[in-house]
Design a protein around this ligand. Structure first.
Ligand code: ZN
Length: 478
C-alpha cells in the first residue's frame, strides 16, 4: 500500500498550488519530459498521441473546407522577413538566427521560422498570376521557434508544434469570410471534441497579430480562472500583398492585389485540455480526443479465466474503441491510479465474480461513477457512457466558466473583481488604447476579445468614463 500511495501523493492539489499541480500532471501523466535544450520540451508517447488525434481531427475539418497541405522551408532569409514592417517588428525580439553554415559565415542571416507568412507570401507572388489561380487555400503542419525567456510545458516553449493556414483570395469579402470560417472550425472542434466552450471574438488593435488587418480569437477559461487564447484567425487585407507584390489579373484584365488570411492552433491547446478538465487525481481526457479510451483492469488476474476474458473483451471492444488491457503484475489499486493519472476516460474492471455473473464494471474517470453492465451489451453501454461523459464534461466546463464570468460597470468594481475573483470580467470600453494600457498596468488584466455576442453592460468606458463603443472580455491570461 505504501507504494500505491506514492503515486497519488506525488501530485499537489489544485486548490493548494495550481501551477505546481499543472507541472505535476504533465510529468506524472507522462505527457512530456524536460530536455537538455533549455525551454524545449520532449513530447512523450502519451502527449504526442493527443497531438496526433488533434491533428487528425483538425486536418479532416480543414480539408472539408477545401484546404490543402504543403510544406515550407524551416529557414527564412533576413531580407524576406523584413519586407513587411509591422510583421518584422512584432517578431524581431523572439527570432533565432542562423549565422554560420558549417565553419563559413553566411552572407545573409537566416532566421528559424517563428511563423511562415513571409515564405507563403513569397511563394504566392510566384504562383499567382490570374484570377483562375485563386483562391489558394494552403496549410502546413510544422514546428516554429520563438526565443521565449520563460517557458512552461505546452503553454509556452521555444519550439512548439502547430499548424498554420495561409490563404489568398480575389476579394476582401472572401478573405473575411475565410477568416471567420476557420475561427468557427476551431471553436466547433474545441467544443465538440475537446469539450471546451469558447468565447469567439475580435482582438483589439493592441492585441492583434503583427501585420494583420484584424485578428479573431477563441478564448477559454481555465479551472483557476485564467484565460487561455486557444486559436487565432487573421485577416491581412492586402497589406502583405503590397509588401510582397502578390498581384493577379482579374476578368477585365486589370491587375489586382490579393487579400490574405492566416490561422493557427498549436500544442498550447493541450495545456487547455489539462487545465479545464483535470482534477486532483490527474488528467481527465474527453473520450473523443483520448488516445486510449478504455483501460481494462483484470481483478485477481491469476485466477483461471480472468485474463483470457479480459483479452477477449479487448478484442471485441477494439472494433469500436481504442482499448488496452493492463495485464502488468502491479496491484489493481496501482493500475487504477495510473489510469486515472493518465486521464483515460473509462476503466472496465473484470474479476472472477463478474465472470460468473457474465458482467463487468465500467468506471467513469470524471465522476468515478460505477456502472455494472452485462457482457452481452457492453459495446452499447460503453458507447453511451462515453457519449454522456463527453457531453457532461462540456456542460461542466461551461457552467464553471459562466460561474466565473462577472461584469463591472465602473473602474472600482472592475479592480475589485480582477483582484479577488479569478475569471472573465465583462466591461465596456471606449476604444482608446490608453485605457487598455492603464488597465493592464494597474490590474495585470488584458483585453481578451470583443465578443461577437455583444451585451450592453453600461453606457460608459469602465476605465475613463467616456462613452463606450463595445463590450470587452477582460481577464488575466496565460
Ligand atoms: Zn476609455
Amino acid at each position: 500500500m505504501a507504494k500505491e500511495k506514492k503515486l497519488v501523493e506525488a501530485i499537489t492539489s489544485m486548490e493548494e498550488d495550481f501551477a505546481q499541480w499543472y507541472t505535476d500532471v504533465v510529468k506524472k501523466a507522462e505527457l512530456i519530459e524536460y530536455s537538455n535544450v533549455k525551454g524545449c520540451m520532449i513530447l512523450r508517447p502519451n502527449g504526442y498521441a493527443i497531438w496526433e488525434n488533434i491533428q487528425k481531427e483538425l486536418d479532416r475539418r480543414f480539408k472539408e473546407t477545401g484546404v490543402e497541405n504543403v510544406y515550407m522551408p524551416l529557414f527564412i532569409p533576413e531580407s524576406l522577413l523584413q519586407r513587411e514592417k509591422d510583421h518584422v517588428e512584432g517578431f524581431a525580439p523572439e527570432v533565432a538566427w542562423v549565422t554560420h553554415g558549417g565553419m563559413e559565415p553566411l552572407q545573409e542571416r537566416l532566421c528559424v521560422r517563428p511563423t511562415s507568412e513571409t515564405l507563403f507570401c513569397d511563394m504566392y507572388s510566384n504562383i499567382i498570376q490570374s484570377y483562375r489561380d485563386l483562391p489558394k487555400l494552403y496549410n502546413q503542419w510544422c514546428s516554429v521557434v520563438r526565443w521565449e525567456k520563460t517557458t512552461r510545458p505546452f503553454l509556452r516553449s521555444m519550439e512548439f508544434l502547430w499548424q498554420e493556414g495561409h490563404t489568398a483570395h480575389a476579394t476582401e469579402e472572401e478573405a473575411e469570410e475565410r477568416t471567420i470560417q476557420m475561427l468557427n472550425v476551431y471553436a466547433d472542434f474545441c467544443e465538440q471534441i475537446l469539450a471546451i466552450p469558447m468565447i469567439k471574438g475580435k482582438k483589439t488593435d493592441k492585441e492583434k497579430f503583427a501585420g494583420a488587418h484584424s485578428t479573431y480569437t477563441i478564448e477559454a477559461l481555465m479551472h483557476d480562472g485564467k484565460a487561455l487564447q486557444s486559436g487565432t484567425s487573421h485577416n491581412f487585407g492586402d497589406g502583405f500583398a503590397h509588401a510582397f507584390d502578390i498581384q493577379y489579373t482579374d476578368k477585365d484584365n486589370k491587375l489586382q492585389y490579393v487579400h490574405q488570411t492566416s490561422w493557427g492552433m498549436s500544442t498550447r491547446i493541450i495545456g487547455a485540455i489539462i487545465m479545464v478538465h483535470g482534477d486532483d487525481s490527474g488528467l481527465v481526457l474527453p473520450p473523443r480526443i483520448a488516445p486510449v479510451q478504455v483501460m481494462i483492469v483484470p481483478i485477481a488476474q491469476h485466477k483461471e479465466g480472468v485474463l483470457n476474458k479480459a483479452y477477449e473483451l479487448r478484442d471485441r471492444l477494439a472494433k469500436s474503441f481504442s482499448v488496452k488491457v493492463d495485464d502488468s503484475d502491479k496491484s489493481p489499486g496501482w493500475k487504477f491510479s495510473e489510469q486515472e493519472m493518465r486521464g483515460i476516460p473509462t476503466r472496465i474492471e473484470i474479476g472472477p465474480k463478474d465472470l460468473e455473473a457474465n458482467q463487468a464494471v465500467i468506471v467513469r474517470r470524471d465522476t468515478r461513477e460505477k456502472i455494472v453492465v452485462s457482457l452481452d451489451e457492453i459495446e452499447t453501454k460503453l458507447a453511451q457512457v462515453q457519449e454522456t461523459m463527453q457531453q457532461e464534461m462540456l456542460e461542466r466546463a461551461r457552467a464553471h466558466r459562466d460561474a466565473h464570468t462577472y461584469q463591472a460597470a465602473n473602474y472600482e468594481e472592475f479592480k475589485e473583481l480582477i483582484a479577488n475573483k479569478p475569471g472573465f470580467v465583462k466591461a465596456m470600453w471606449c476604444g482608446d488604447e490608453a485605457c487598455e494600457l492603464k488597465i493592464k498596468e494597474e490590474t495585470t488584466a488584458t483585453s481578451r476579445c470583443m465578443p461577437f455576442e455583444q451585451e450592453h453592460v453600461a453606457d460608459t468606458c469602465v476605465c475613463c468614463g467616456k462613452p463606450a463603443k463595445t463590450m470587452v472580455y477582460w481577464g488575466k491570461a496565460y
